[in-house]
Design a protein around this ligand. Structure first.
Ligand code: GLN
Length: 310
């Protein structure tokens, strides 16, 4: 068997092993997400030579949700630099749920850019000009990470828009502490749009692989962000990407990762690979149950824990 066949084979066997797992339910607080097929289970891996490996429903479209957060953080760091971004958003794990109504004591900033509060502020930091509106910049940048032009699922966007009062409340709370750079309603609208960008597991694996490859998309060979920005994003994913499950994830799986409530999950092997899974049923932290199980098993099987491979 060739090395390429072996990778495909191992993704397929991870799928076979965990496709029968029945725990968890798709998110329903965004009504449109509850319509997702709970049986869909796709896996994709992109290597540093730009090879794409897939198993199962790796080409099924779904919305980015919180998997958008590290990439918009990367854009903010690229445009504004770490010092300016850090005036508005911290980099400490919050130990709280993704949608916690909570800000850092003392500074009044959101704890980090992976929780909703911090992601809303990060989105609000993206410059918005008449000839280059902020959302266009976001969509374009995320498309460069994915290696293709992306679009927005308007149904998911309006579904979250009509039910998203908790995020709006959070945005107003942030303004009250002086750490919201634009109008809260505008910020949340832009954030919901970014969460509704449509991708597949193959797109996510390519986006993750771009972070793994020091900010260069290994498929298109385009430089999307600097190596420094990619490294910083991976650091925040490692400590905060899985919310209140981040410590346990780093302990067991040992890779920077990001989950989203539509069932997408990415993990990054720096300088080695980007991997993604799609499976809508979620655990208590809002991460994909099957995705979590599959990536933990993959890390165990191939010794991918970063502390094993310094
Ligand atoms: N759009 C979702 C929200 O703000 C994203 C949350 C997530 O994926 N964890 O609630």
């Amino acid at each position: 068997m060739s090395a390429a066949d072996a990778v495909t084979d191992s993704l397929q066997s991870l799928r076979d092993r965990f496709v029968g797992v029945r725990e968890g339910r798709p998110a329903d607080y965004i009504p449109q997400l509850a319509l997702a097929d709970p049986d869909a289970f796709g896996l994709a891996l992109v290597s540093m030579d730009g090879h794409r490996y897939v198993a199962g429903e790796a080409e099924v479209p779904f919305t980015l949700q919180s998997v958008s957060k590290p990439f918009v953080y990367a854009l903010a760091l690229s445009l504004l630099g770490l010092d300016e971004v850090s005036r508005w958003v911290g980099a400490e794990p919050s130990g709280e749920a993704f949608n916690a109504i909570s800000l850092e004591p003392g500074t009044g900033r959101p704890a980090n850019a992976m929780v909703n509060a911090g992601a809303i502020v990060t989105t609000a930091l993206i410059p918005d000009t008449p000839d280059d509106p902020a959302f266009d910049r976001i969509l374009r940048c995320l498309g460069c990470f994915a290696g293709r032009e992306l679009d927005v699922d308007e149904e998911v966007f309006s579904s979250e828009s009509v039910t998203g009062d908790r995020n709006r409340a959070l945005a107003y709370l942030i303004r009250s502490t002086g750490t919201m750079p634009v109008d809260p309603v505008l910020a949340v609208d832009r954030y919901f749009r970014q969460c509704a960008i449509r991708v597949t597991a193959v797109d996510l694996a390519t986006m993750a692989a771009t972070l793994a490859y020091g900010g260069v998309n290994p498929v298109t060979r385009e430089r999307v962000v600097s190596a420094e920005v990619a490294a910083r994003v991976l650091a925040v994913m490692a400590t905060c990407g899985m919310y209140d499950g981040s410590g346990d994830w780093l302990l067991r799986v040992g890779l920077p990762a990001k989950s989203g409530v539509s069932g997408g999950l990415i993990a990054v092997g720096p300088a080695r690979f980007g991997v993604a899974t799609y499976s809508p049923p979620l655990d208590a932290t809002g991460g994909s149950v099957r995705g979590h199980a599959a990536l933990e098993a993959m890390s165990d099987r191939y010794g991918l824990h970063l502390m094993l491979n310094p």
